[in-house]
Design a protein around this ligand. Structure first.
Ligand SMILES: [Zn+2]
Length: 266
């Protein structure tokens, strides 16, 4: 299997020596006991130079947009999480997605009963169409729903995407890789036995404030912990930390077309 076949040649020429948190919710300041400035400073001190804040509803996406527009090196994504499917009734033509680096997190989640499968699929298909219309990559949240997910994305010929927080089977991991998708790896990998993608297809994420990695379980997750996730993966996969850093940062920048970070003296 050639995992590299669909990766574009565009992107940064020099290899990066910093990490990126490709999926976090640090714009929800009420979920943290530090200020955004403290969270960003700790991330920077630990070598994390860019972060993408992810919307989960229309209102939350606007908060993510505002957060990105008022902080250096923060990008944002417009998304409506499948758990919001029942309440969602907007016209997609009017959505304020200018400046968004992706559409997500969007997807299907059949974990919590009861769920409205038809409403989730309808919202998901609208979000796929929105991404296609604006030529944006997708950030997928898929939980216990891969049997519905694959036919839908195949039908719409979705190419540029990450399956965030993947925690399903090896077979479904391979199906996602076969479609050219990146796989988002977070703190789950440090405490749960989940299949891991090759580093050439891996994005690092925290999903902060959720999914705090070992050995910080019980604390509020934050972007600085990307460093510990990277170190854990280097150990577990027996790959040099520099290669994990270089590959995962390049992958984020290629998928989301991020510029180089603005670096200011500390
Ligand atoms: Zn998330």
């Amino acid at each position: 299997m050639d995992y590299n076949s669909s990766i574009s040649v565009a992107g940064p020429e020099r290899s990066a020596n910093y990490l990126i948190d490709s999926h976090c919710h640090i714009h929800n300041t009420k979920d943290f006991d530090s200020t955004p400035e403290e969270i960003i400073a700790r991330a920077n001190q630990n070598g994390i130079k860019q972060m993408i804040v992810i919307g989960t509803s229309h209102e939350d996406s606007l908060a993510a947009k505002n957060f990105a527009e008022t902080h250096d090196n923060i990008f944002w994504s417009y998304g409506i999480h499948p758990s919001e499917a029942g309440d969602w009734a907007s016209e997609i033509a009017d959505l304020p997605i200018s400046g968004s680096v992706a559409i997500g997190e969007v997807g299907l989640d059949y974990h919590y009963q009861p769920y409205d499968r038809a409403a989730q699929i309808r919202l998901f298909e609208e979000m796929l169409a929105l991404a296609q219309k604006h030529n944006l990559p997708l950030i997928f949240h898929i939980r216990e729903a891969f049997d519905d997910f694959f036919p839908i994305v195949d039908n719409q010929h979705i190419k540029n995407a990450v399956v965030h927080s993947f925690s399903d089977s090896q077979i479904n991991l391979e199906k996602a890789l076969d479609r050219g998708y990146y796989i988002g790896v977070n703190g789950l990998a440090t405490f749960a036995n989940i299949p891991l993608p090759p580093v050439e297809r891996m994005l690092l994420e925290t999903d902060a404030p959720y999914l705090t990695p070992k050995p910080f379980r019980g604390k509020i997750n934050e972007s600085a912990y990307i460093k510990h996730i990277a170190e854990y993966l280097a150990f577990k996969l027996n790959i040099p930390l520099e290669k994990i850093t270089e590959e995962t940062t390049k992958n984020v920048q290629v998928l989301f077309q991020l510029p180089q970070p603005i670096l200011r003296p500390a």
